[in-house]
Design a protein around this ligand. Structure first.
Ligand SMILES: [Zn+2]
Length: 106
């Protein structure tokens, strides 16, 4: 079994691979769908709620597959299993107050 970047947790954001014909897509290629883990069966088998443009779907006992076979899940490509702390800039601070006493009124 291929090594996983990390183990899933309930509530983890992952991708579900939909078969093109099953969810209204026109192509026959597999499509990544946003999904959230709802249950952990084991390190590579989970249940998901899948978010599609037309609604949510629920699946149980899905296996992890980096090869993105239809009906499997994987970690989001942009995520790559890495922490996402970079979306919060460390330099974010409240703006400085720019007050000058005694010059507010003409
Ligand atoms: Zn994906």
């Amino acid at each position: 079994m291929a090594a996983m970047p990390r183990s899933p947790l309930v509530g983890s954001d992952v991708h579900y691979v939909a078969s093109g014909h099953s969810l209204g897509a026109n192509s026959s290629t597999s499509t990544c769908r946003a999904a959230k883990v709802t249950e952990i069966k084991n390190a590579s088998t989970v249940s998901l709620v899948v978010f599609t443009p037309r609604g949510t779907l629920f699946y149980a006992d899905l296996t992890y597959d980096e090869g993105k076979a239809g009906g499997t899940w994987h970690w989001p490509e942009a995520d790559g299993g890495q922490p996402t702390s970079s979306i919060y800039p460390s330099s974010a601070r409240p703006p400085k107050k720019d007050t000058k006493e005694g010059t507010a009124k003409a």
